[in-house]
Design a protein. Structure first.
Length: 511
């Protein structure tokens, strides 16, 4: 089971996860081009700059992205920039500020600015029902407020299942028009591309323009962006870096084309851009040149969910309030992230991090890394749990599990975690190890959790998953059977038990 559904009451778990479970490969020496002299607009203290470089060096050691670019603003002044990479597949992959990156769901930031521009023009009312702007929707959909869709709280069914993206908007709507709601409207934050598709249709209706024209005219051309384009295979090769996604069975990196998406999904995904253009766009955003600064601040306040809790999105922006600081932004593809963090009671005190990479053996924990980089510039932005995981992950190989457990237990004591949250903490770190170092490493955390909480189906479930991934189906079956005995109504675990039993029966009959 994915860790997101297993964290229970741990309120600080946002941003902990990485994706990809490949074994760690030996790092390749960075290119000597990795730290060119880059002019910044305001100097940081030497200690802060050194801390930022140390964080990025540790990230490279753990995740090994083939190439990455990062820029950090304090207010609207660029205070840090770095490009780094390894030389792989007989070519240098150290990017520069003009290198083209696929930004995946970070594309939504351009869409959200287009929405805010429409609101400022008096066209789109976010509190109006979506049925006022889009014809032919199911009756139950028509009453949903536009803002509820933007905040991923509509409960609508999902049409987008990568890589099988419907070829047209008609095909997408046919998939979901008769489907049930995933949850009652307003009940939970649930990331969903159907929401953004409907708001795009509303935006085009009220403006009388296509989304492509809105973004091209009101953002790209207006700011003179040179490298920003929606598209895939047709892209020119100038200053372009290769994309990578995981490894093959021999441990070799898998290169991939820039993804191409049908234009109707461009409100959600499909933008390719450079750090140079994103710096220009970010500075314009921070200076109020795209939309008024107050408009941004107004939209960075999420509406409460039905139970009164704060949702995870503020008018479409990923949102987290930590008391002293608020963070907004968006990530994409498990490898890029934009994070703007500001003092909740003094928004002009802020820091913005843009992180881009082109992939590698595993996906970087880009949101957590962004929080850590922002925290070096303005302490207090990263949560204690983010700091703990970011510090422990690179230390695991050198120090081993006992040292990690000691630190995790110290954190649990400091935070006065109860048994449920302590179990979730170990489970979360186990999945962190699984994603970064592979199944054998994850078993350390999961076995400790089973020893401490033997009556929890969750602990046996997680250990069974890691053991199965390590290639021992018989031992995995023992733990899944134990988990199912503790939670006999769990259909997912029952299916896994049946699958493992069938696998072992086939192996026995082949002997």
């Amino acid at each position: 089971m994915g860790i997101c559904s297993k964290l229970g009451g741990m309120s600080l778990a946002i941003g902990l996860l990485t994706a990809g479970c490949s074994e760690q490969t030996a790092p390749v020496a960075p290119s000597e081009q990795s730290r060119p002299d880059i002019a910044v607009e305001a100097p940081l203290p030497d200690a802060t700059r050194d801390a930022l470089n140390a964080r990025l060096d540790a990230m490279m050691e753990v995740y090994s992205p083939v190439g990455y670019s990062v820029a950090i603003f304090r207010g609207d002044a660029l205070v840090f920039e770095r490009h780094d990479g390894f030389e792989r597949i007989s070519r240098p992959d150290v990017p520069n500020e003009r290198s083209l990156y696929a930004v995946f769901s970070m594309s939504k930031l351009f869409f959200l600015v287009a929405v805010m521009q429409s609101v400022e023009r008096g066209e789109l009312d976010l509190d109006a029902p979506i049925g006022e702007y889009v014809d032919g929707l199911p009756t139950a959909w028509q009453v949903l407020p536009v803002r509820q869709l933007l905040e991923h709280a509509s409960g609508l069914p999902e049409y987008y299942f990568h890589p099988n993206v419907p070829a047209s908007v008609e095909a997408a709507m046919d998939l979901v028009r008769e489907a049930d709601f995933l949850n009652p409207p307003g009940a939970v934050s649930r990331y969903n591309q159907t929401n953004f598709l409907l708001v795009k249709m509303a935006l085009e209706q009220v403006s009388g323009r296509t989304y492509a024209d809105l973004v091209q005219t009101d953002q790209m051309a207006r700011l003179g962006l040179r490298d920003t384009v929606f598209g895939g295979r047709r892209l020119a090769n100038q200053d372009r870096i290769v994309l990578y996604r995981g490894q093959d069975e021999n441990g070799d990196l898998l290169a991939s084309e820039f993804p191409a998406y049908p234009p109707y999904v461009h409100s959600s995904v499909g933008l390719n851009t450079s750090l140079s253009d994103l710096k220009t766009w970010t500075r314009a955003l921070l200076r109020g040149e795209l939309v008024a600064r107050q408009t941004l601040l107004d939209h960075w306040q999420p509406r409460p969910l039905a139970d009164g809790q704060t949702g995870a999105y503020a008018t479409g922006w990923e949102y987290q309030n930590l008391g002293t600081f608020t963070t907004v932004g968006h990530g994409g593809g498990g490898r890029v992230n934009f994070m703007h963090a500001f003092r909740t009671d003094a928004p002009d005190e802020n820091v913005t991090v843009i992180y881009l990479d082109n992939g590698g053996p595993r996906d970087t924990s880009a949101r957590r890394l962004s929080a850590m980089l922002a925290n070096e510039v303005m302490p207090g932005i990263a949560t204690p749990l983010q700091i703990l995981f970011e510090d422990l992950t690179p230390a695991y190989r050198a120090q081993g599990w006992p040292a990690m457990l000691e630190r995790l237990d110290a954190y649990a004591a400091e935070q006065a975690l109860d048994a449920t949250d302590n179990e979730a903490l170990l489970n979360s770190f186990g999945y962190n190890l699984l994603n970064v170092y592979g199944a054998p490493a994850a078993q350390d955390a999961f076995r400790t959790n089973v020893e401490r909480y033997p009556g929890s189906a969750n602990t046996h479930d997680s250990l069974g998953e890691a053991i199965r991934a390590a290639g021992d189906p018989a031992s995995a079956l023992d733990h899944y059977r134990h988990a199912l005995a503790l939670e006999p109504g769990n259909a997912r675990m029952a299916a896994i038990v049946a699958d493992l039993e069938a696998e072992l029966a086939r192996a026995a009959s082949a002997e």
